[in-house]
Design a protein around this ligand. Structure first.
Ligand SMILES: Cc1cc2nc3c(=O)[nH]c(=O)nc-3n(C[C@H](O)[C@H](O)[C@H](O)COP(=O)(O)O)c2cc1C
Length: 220
């Protein structure tokens, strides 16, 4: 089965509007239960890679970064602190498309994390305090007890009792894109691939400015 659309010829100078269209297509057409899911790969001790699924909650194509939210003390958080680069993969099976991203990461500015945290369900906000993500857990009951302890400590039993503050160890991570590959399934396994790279120059704690993109078709 071929992708809905193959890659334009010649390739666009800037790949990010096309990535944004693919991302939006996947969400608008609701092609899978979590169309915003991406696998994030990080590098740990002894250069060992590790990967897991997270949800991409923002894509800012004009600047060129994506955002996911997590516990900064989790395994991925600790690995990213040591090695602040990541790779991400989206796979939209029903659209026969894959997108690969690579680049440096930064923690989101506090307002970005606060805004998203405030939009989460009460239980998820309590859970962000209760779960020491990636740490050993004695039993399922132990987590339930941690949830109850957090509610007790914050004096919040239900959503209408008040605001759950954002834990300092929980927030957004921005992956700034300096390499992107778009892949579209072709007929008879003659797929289409192209990769674009650019230089990123650090502007401040949260942002980079991007140089021009260089795009190349790749053998599938
Ligand atoms: C569909 C799906 C979405 C997920 N979304 C997130 C997410 O947005 N943030 C997150 O921290 N973990 C998310 N997880 C859980 C992660 O895959 C992972 O188990 C967790 O973050 C701990 O990973 P780590 O120990 O490598 O840090 C998601 C899992 C699945 C299957």
């Amino acid at each position: 089965m071929a992708a809905d659309e193959l890659l334009p010829e010649p390739l666009p100078a800037d790949p990010l509007p096309m990535f944004a269209t693919w991302f939006s297509d996947a969400r608008v057409r609701n092609v899978q239960p979590n169309p915003d899911a991406m696998v994030i790969a990080t590098v740990g001790e002894n250069s060992a890679p590790s990967a897991r699924v997270v949800l991409c909650k923002r894509l800012v194509p004009d600047q060129g970064f994506v955002v996911f939210f997590t516990n900064y003390d989790s395994r991925k958080g600790r690995e990213l602190e040591e090695h602040p680069r990541a790779a991400a993969v989206f796979h939209w099976d029903a659209m026969h498309r894959q997108v690969r991203l690579e680049g440096p990461i930064v923690m989101s500015p506090a307002p970005e994390s606060d805004q998203y945290f405030a939009s989460r369900a009460f239980e998820s906000r309590i859970g962000a305090w209760a779960s020491a993500q990636s740490e050993p857990l004695a039993s399922r009951g132990a987590l339930a007890a941690q949830v109850e302890a957090v509610k007790e400590r914050l004096g919040l039993q239900k959503a209408t009792d008040g605001e759950v503050p954002r834990p300092p160890h929980w927030g957004g991570i921005r992956l700034w894109i300096d390499s992107i590959e778009l892949w579209a399934e072709g007929a008879g396994r003659i797929h289409e691939r192209a990769r674009w790279t650019r230089q990123l120059t650090k502007k401040d704690e949260f942002s980079f400015s991007g140089g021009p993109w260089t795009g190349t078709r790749l053998n599938p």
